[in-house]
Write a new protein. Structure first.
Length: 65
């Protein structure tokens, strides 16, 4: 995959592949308003890479070994 700018809008398929998650994870969390921020115009949904990575950093779970 080509390098992407932090504010480049990516499809659900692209962001899922880039982060190693399923499209279903993004769809379910978007529907529940629990996942990373997204942009929606009509039926078109896009995620900004930078905003999505920031969301994951803020929601990271710390584990104890």
């Amino acid at each position: 995959m080509a390098r992407t700018a932090p504010d480049m809008p990516l499809t659900t398929e692209e962001i899922a592949a880039l982060l190693g998650l399923s499209e279903k994870w993004f769809i379910n969390n978007r529907w529940q308003r629990k996942g990373p921020p997204f942009i929606q115009t009509g039926r078109i949904v896009r995620y900004e890479l930078g905003a999505t990575l920031d969301w994951f950093r803020k929601h990271r779970q710390k584990t104890i070994n």
